[in-house]
Ligand binder design. Structure first.
Ligand code: 5GP
Length: 231
């Protein structure tokens, strides 16, 4: 009856979340399950940590290099996130991946999310929330790699970010990680069915279809004989 042609362009998905909300784990699992999905690798001026790898976790560059990229308009968005260090999303790579029809995830903070939403209102904004601050405390202790000053900073930032949740489209509480992943996947599946992704609906000619049907083309075996004398 009809043929729906949908936009080929991939979806831009932002995943933000409070400290220790588990967004990294959720994103890692999503990428393992959906081979076509891509994660944007950000640039940062902050120092490389622990077992992070340059070009995998971030592209680690100097402040000067970062500021040069700002001047050259190489970022889709950027912000000073923690301790005045820059974090930014490269523009060119993202555009290419979206054009090829693949979805791109940006794991960025609320300031970056706001900038991208303004540029591309169709961006899907998902906020991942830890189930409680008690749970956040437990997770920070379990990680155990930060000093008190850094922990206080994480909590302060988390409080500020929670106030920004209304600017997002979806919020997912990460109580059980498998449930949280399922919720994010369901959001993405629903997004693909959005009416504004339709480019064209080709509807076959109604009169022709009706004519063919009534004239028996569709059910040859029991073609009615209109000439037969029924008396
Ligand atoms: P870290 O990697 O230092 O633990 O945390 C980095 C913080 O910066 C996270 O909140 C993360 O979401 C955010 N972030 C990472 N990359 C980007 C980016 O490209 N742009 C913005 N605005 N935030 C980012």
């Amino acid at each position: 009856m009809s043929n729906i042609k949908q936009k080929k362009r991939g979806e831009l998905i932002i995943i933000s979340g409070t400290t220790c909300a588990g967004k990294g784990t959720i994103i890692k699992k999503l990428l393992e399950k959906h081979k076509d999905m891509r994660l944007s690798i950000s640039y940062t001026s902050r120092a490389i940590r622990g077992n992070e790898v340059d070009g995998v976790d971030y592209y680690f560059i100097s402040r000067e290099e970062f500021e040069r990229k700002i001047e050259n308009h190489e970022f889709l968005e950027y912000a000073k996130v923690r301790y005045g260090e820059y974090f930014g999303t490269p523009k060119k790579e993202i555009e290419e991946v979206l054009e090829s029809g693949k979805d791109v995830i940006l794991e960025i903070d609320v300031q970056g999310a706001k900038q991208v939403k303004e540029l591309f209102p169709e961006t899907i904004l998902i906020f991942i929330l830890a189930p409680s601050f008690e749970e956040v405390k437990r997770r920070i202790k379990a990680r155990g790699f930060e000093n008190n000053e850094q922990i206080i900073d994480r909590f302060r930032t988390a409080y500020k970010e929670i106030n920004e949740i209304p600017k997002y489209n979806y919020v997912v509480v990460n109580d059980q990680v498998e449930d949280a992943i399922l919720k994010v996947e369901s959001i993405l599946i629903a997004q693909k069915c959005r009416v504004d992704r339709i480019e064209e609906i080709a509807v076959e000619n109604e009169e022709e279809i009706l004519h063919e049907f009534i004239m028996g083309k569709e059910y040859n075996n029991e073609k009615p004989n209109y000439n037969k004398d029924t008396k």
